[in-house]
Design a protein around this ligand. Structure first.
Ligand code: PMP
Length: 434
């Protein structure tokens, strides 16, 4: 519980004077769940400690990057070495080539990648590339999928076909989002209608393969297959935003999982972030050669960055990719995450609560709903009050889940069965209070 002498409270008050909302990214402010955010003092392995010295088991992991847990010694050693060699040069380095090669070895859908510094930048650049490659303007995105805060992707979901975007943020001119079409996730009928009406004008469909920004919602195999068929048929590109799923749900990312079920499946452009930087600012987008060669300096699509391919971030990312490429890494992560989900489900059932769970690799979602949702409106049927009570009950007991019901959760290889079991024990107590 927070109290006036709590240093999180005083820090939050101070922060609010100088930083809007006291935070540098909105979800950190606990706006959805209420209460005071925990200011992190340091982190190690599966835990972090706040400025009061309270320890938390961390199920956010910086929202995805910390797949090895915090402060992995081998990663730290690489970063320390890199720091001594210089922070940033604005000139190419061998490690950028090595990181590009490492990504391409893991993901056969791409022949080339470009490194950038955030998922937002990668998504925005992928979109420009798709428009530049096809010479078309219209894009399709799905309700509940987040692709960073580029203007034309910040569009409130309108349900129904061809609901042309009304921006979900002030400061985005209507003209900028007039070419963004928002459809419901997993709705094949809407998709077919959109392509029947506008097929020749659509530059791309951008999607999260497993949506981690409306908690955890899988795209069905049929939906994914239909997107692939329709984009091919109409000369549009399919952009897979794997910023969250990439290297986390499987080594080969979500595309490797769907390729097992859809023969020959590959997206045209892949957007990556989070894990490839191992906690440093690093993201990327890639595609086959004919698409990537449209990028400056080879082609007419402009894209650039002062800190792109930063030498410290590439050192961190390379070591992270090497360590997660060890055989069995993702199977073990999937099993550990599954243990957590099965435990929560069992305890929620015992407490007589409606509850559903899903997970893949080190990404998970749980819902206070009897069935797993398949779209954003279904996710939003969750009882927010029950979720918030659960969140705070767990937080008080030292278990840090995402502070909003529409966010996914993350398990790292530093979490042990014992960590997970302690969390399940705490959940047993909390479920009984709901
Ligand atoms: N795409 C997806 C799927 C994401 O989850 C996020 C961030 N959570 C982004 C893009 C944006 O990445 P960043 O916050 O690094 O700009």
């Amino acid at each position: 519980m927070t109290h006036p002498t709590d240093s999180n409270v005083s820090l939050f008050e101070r922060a609010k004077q100088v930083i809007p909302g006291g935070v540098n990214s909105p979800v950190r402010a606990f706006a959805a769940v209420g209460g005071t955010p925990r200011f992190v003092e340091h982190a190690l392995g599966a835990y972090f400690w706040d400025t009061n010295g309270q320890q938390f088991t961390d199920y956010i992991g910086s929202w995805g990057p910390m797949i090895l847990g915090h402060g992995h010694p081998e990663v730290i050693a690489e970063v320390q070495k890199a720091v001594l060699e210089g922070f940033s040069y604005g000139a190419p380095t061998e490690r950028e080539v090595q990181l590009a090669e490492a990504i391409l070895r893991i993901m056969p859908s791409m022949d080339m990648v470009r490194l950038v510094s955030s998922g937002t930048e990668a998504g925005m650049s992928a979109l420009r590339l798709a428009r530049g490659f096809t010479g078309r303007n219209k894009i399709i995105k799905f309700n509940g999928c987040y692709h960073g805060h580029a203007d034309s992707l910040l569009v409130k979901a309108g349900s129904g076909l061809a609901t042309f975007g009304a921006s979900s943020s002030a400061g985005v001119p209507a003209d900028v989002v007039k070419d963004t079409i928002v459809l419901e996730y997993n709705d094949i009928g809407q998709l077919e209608e959109a392509f029947a009406k506008l097929g020749g004008e659509i530059a791309c469909v951008i999607m999260e393969p497993i949506a981690g920004n409306m908690n955890f919602v899988r795209a069905s195999v049929d939906f994914t297959r239909r997107i692939r068929e329709l984009t091919r048929e109409h000369g549009a590109l399919m952009i897979y935003d794997e910023v969250m799923t990439g290297f986390r749900v499987a080594l080969g990312s979500a595309q490797s999982l769907y390729a097992r079920q859809i023969a020959g499946f590959q997206p045209d452009i892949t957007v990556m972030g989070k894990v490839i930087g191992g906690g440093m600012p690093m993201a990327a987008f890639g595609a086959r050669r004919e698409i990537m060669e449209k990028l400056s300096p080879l082609g007419p699509v402009y894209q650039a960055g002062t800190l792109s391919g930063n030498p410290i971030a590439t050192a961190c990312g390379l070591k992270t990719l090497e360590l997660i490429s060890q055989p069995g890494f993702h199977d073990a992560l999937h099993a550990r995450t599954g243990r957590l989900m099965a435990g929560l489900k069992q305890e929620a059932d015992a407490a007589g609560l409606p509850f559903s769970v899903d997970h893949q690799g080190g990404l998970f979602g749980f819902f206070f709903l009897p069935e797993l949702p398949t779209s954003y409106p279904q996710v939003m049927k969750t009882d927010g009050k029950v979720f918030n009570k659960f969140f705070h009950g767990m937080l008080d007991r030292g278990h840090y889940f995402a502070p909003a019901l529409y966010e996914a959760g993350f398990v790292s290889s530093a979490h042990t069965d014992a960590d997970v079991d302690k969390t399940v024990e705490a959940a047993r107590e909390v479920f009984r209070t709901l």
